[in-house]
Design a binder for this molecule. Structure first.
Ligand SMILES: [Zn+2]
Length: 350
C-alpha cells in the first residue's frame, strides 16, 4: 500500500502528465462524437448512456476494479502515449516515475504496450523507454496527424531515426489523417501519410494509424495503394461499411475504454468479432475519458475492465478475447520488431 503522501504525489504527477498531454495533442473529442447516430438499429433503446457522465456528481470507486488481476490475464495495450505520461516539462524522462509505472502495470497483468510517438522529440523519448524496458515497450515512431505538419527537415530527421533504429522499432506511428484539427493543406497531409505508408512497406513495419470518420476511408485507400500489409486503426470511428473494408483488408481494429459506455464502441467490437477477426485493446493513455472513467487519465491498468466490457458486448468469454488479442498484438507488433536486425523486406530505391 502506498502511503497517503505517495498517493498524493502520484495523483499530482498524473495531473501534471495530463496537462502536458493535453498541450501536446489537440482535443479529439468534438460535438460529432456525441451526436453520432447509433450505428446499430437493434441497439436503439432510447437511452444512449448507461452510466452517468463525468461531472454528474456520482463518483465510482473504479480504480480498484481496474487494477484487479483476476480477469483477463496477460494484456497488451495497443496504443499508449507512454512518453507523454513520463515526460518532464524540459523534455527529459522522469525515470523514477517510469520505473514505478512499469512495475505497477506489470504487477497488474499488463505484459507490454505499444508506445506511440507524436513527433520527433517524443520519438526520441519513446526510443529511450524502449532501451530501458526492452521487453515491455514496443516502440512506434511517427507524427500525430492532428498536429501541425512538421517541416521537411523534421520529417527527414524522423525518417533517419526510423531507419537507424529499425531493429528496435515495432511500428510507424502514430500517423494518419486529421479529423479533429482544421487543416488547410489536405493534399500535403495525405502525401505525408503516403510517405509513412511507403516507408512502412519498405522497412517491413506496420502502421499505427489515427484515421477516423472520413479520414478512415481515405487512409484505407492510401494503405492499399502503397501496399501496406499490416496496420492498426486505433480509436476507430467510421461508418460500418468502412469498418468492413478495413477488416476485409486484414488490418486490425481495437476497442478503447469507450466500449464500457458508448454503444458505438460496442457495435464496433461486435462488427470485428462477426468477421472472426481479433480485437486489440487500447487505452490511448493518458487520454481523459468520460463515463465511468471520467476524472483521471487513462492507463494500461484499465485494460482488464475494457476487456470485461468488450466480452459483455460481444457475448464471449474474456479469456478467449484476451488470448486472441495477445496473439494479434504479437503478430502485428512483435514480429516486425524481431525482424529488425535481420533484414526486413529489401528496401529498393530511396
Ligand atoms: Zn494516440
Amino acid at each position: 500500500m502506498a502511503t497517503p503522501d505517495e498517493a498524493e504525489a502520484a495523483v499530482q504527477a498524473l495531473r501534471e502528465a495530463d496537462v502536458l498531454f493535453l498541450e501536446i495533442l489537440p482535443q479529439k473529442r468534438d460535438a460529432a462524437d456525441d451526436d453520432d447516430p447509433d450505428p446499430e438499429a437493434e441497439e436503439r433503446t432510447g437511452s444512449r448512456f448507461t452510466v452517468p457522465a463525468a461531472g454528474s456528481g456520482i463518483r465510482r470507486p473504479v480504480d480498484r476494479r481496474f487494477r484487479s488481476k483476476r480477469r483477463g490475464g496477460a494484456m497488451f495495450d495497443a496504443h499508449l502515449h507512454f512518453e507523454a505520461i513520463v515526460a518532464r516539462e524540459d523534455g527529459t524522462i522522469d525515470w523514477d516515475r517510469a520505473e514505478r509505472l512499469v512495475e505497477r502495470w506489470r504487477a497488474g497483468g499488463v505484459r507490454g504496450v505499444l508506445a506511440v510517438s507524436v513527433d520527433r522529440p517524443s520519438a526520441e523519448r519513446t526510443l529511450e523507454l524502449k532501451r530501458r524496458f526492452p521487453d515491455f515497450v514496443f516502440a512506434a515512431l511517427g507524427e500525430h496527424p492532428e498536429r501541425p505538419l512538421s517541416s521537411e527537415r523534421e520529417l527527414w530527421a524522423l525518417e533517419a531515426l526510423i531507419r537507424a533504429e529499425r531493429g528496435r522499432i515495432a511500428a510507424i506511428g502514430e500517423v494518419g489523417l486529421p479529423h479533429y484539427a482544421r487543416v488547410d493543406q489536405k493534399s500535403a497531409v495525405r502525401e505525408r501519410l503516403r510517405f509513412f505508408a511507403g516507408l512502412g512497406r519498405k522497412l517491413g513495419l506496420p502502421l499505427a494509424l489515427h484515421a477516423v470518420y472520413d479520414g478512415a476511408a481515405e487512409a484505407l485507400s492510401v494503405l492499399r495503394e502503397e501496399g501496406v500489409r499490416k496496420a492498426h486503426f486505433h480509436w476507430l470511428k467510421a461508418p460500418a461499411a468502412v469498418v468492413e473494408r478495413i477488416l476485409a483488408a486484414g488490418y486490425r481494429v481495437s476497442v478503447t475504454p469507450e466500449v464500457c459506455y458508448r454503444k458505438r464502441a460496442r457495435a464496433l467490437a461486435r462488427a470485428v468479432r462477426r468477421r472472426g477477426a481479433p480485437l486489440l485493446f487500447e487505452t490511448d493513455g493518458p487520454w481523459p475519458y468520460e463515463g465511468p472513467f471520467g476524472g483521471r487519465p487513462a492507463e494500461p491498468l484499465w485494460l482488464g475492465r475494457v476487456l470485461q466490457c468488450a466480452a459483455e458486448a460481444v457475448g464471449e468469454a474474456p479469456e478467449g478475447l484476451s488470448e486472441a488479442a495477445e496473439a494479434a498484438f504479437l503478430s502485428l507488433f512483435g514480429s516486425s520488431e524481431a525482424a529488425g536486425g535481420s533484414g526486413p523486406p529489401a528496401d529498393q530505391g530511396s
